[in-house]
Design a protein around this ligand. Structure first.
Ligand code: CA
Length: 194
């Protein structure tokens, strides 16, 4: 589920401006070594920490929760996922210690669908994002367009990286497609944990 695009773009615009200014200040004040045009960011730089905080505050909930596909909490509380955070700051969605564990859990969810015959792209998205809570058809179309997979394609394990990246972009917004949490590398590391 994603917020209105206008509001998202406004927030992103503001964040990019503030971050740009802070990074500029940070670079300007960093000690310069002869011949070094672009000094590396220092690990203990206060401005860097502020930048990181602003970035994480502005990120959509799927990225903040390390749950890029927005897996919901089970209604009965359920069991703990491997890699689930000890605390529960989001009452609706799961939180993980890293995005890899979010993808690991998603692989487990999709595997459970496939064991009960939910195997096509359309069937998997319809089960994962039911129309009672989502614009399911738009979700299926978005993922189909991005992956090139037909709606009736039976999803194989080798389809999962592309499927999860397309789902994560739909869940978090295309403006966040370049975020490391949504990278194929992160997704593959998560799948390897499942
Ligand atoms: Ca939660």
């Amino acid at each position: 589920m994603i917020a209105g695009n206008g509001r998202v773009m406004l927030v992103i615009g503001l964040v990019v401006s503030v971050v740009g200014l802070l990074v500029f200040q940070s670079r300007k004040n960093a000690p310069k070594i002869a011949g070094q045009v672009n000094p590396a960011r220092g690990e203990n730089n206060v401005i860097d920490k502020v930048v990181d905080s602003i970035m994480s505050l502005a990120a959509p909930r799927g990225i903040r929760n390390n749950n890029p596909l927005n897996i919901k909490e089970p209604k009965d509380g359920g069991d703990f996922w491997v890699g689930e955070l000890d605390t529960d700051p989001d009452a609706t969605f799961e939180e993980f210690i890293s995005p890899e564990y979010g993808y690991r859990a998603a692989k487990r969810v999709i595997d459970s669908y496939r064991r009960r015959g939910v195997k096509t792209l359309a069937a998997i998205i319809s089960t994962f994002a039911p129309s009672s809570e989502n614009l399911t058809f738009a979700y299926i179309s978005s993922v189909s367009n991005r992956t090139g997979f037909a709606h009736d394609r039976v999803i194989s394990d080798s389809d999962l990286p592309a499927l999860f990246r397309a789902m994560a972009i739909h869940e978090n917004g295309v403006a966040w497609a370049v975020h490391p949490s949504l990278s194929i590398d992160t997704i593959n590391k998560g799948l390897a944990l499942a």
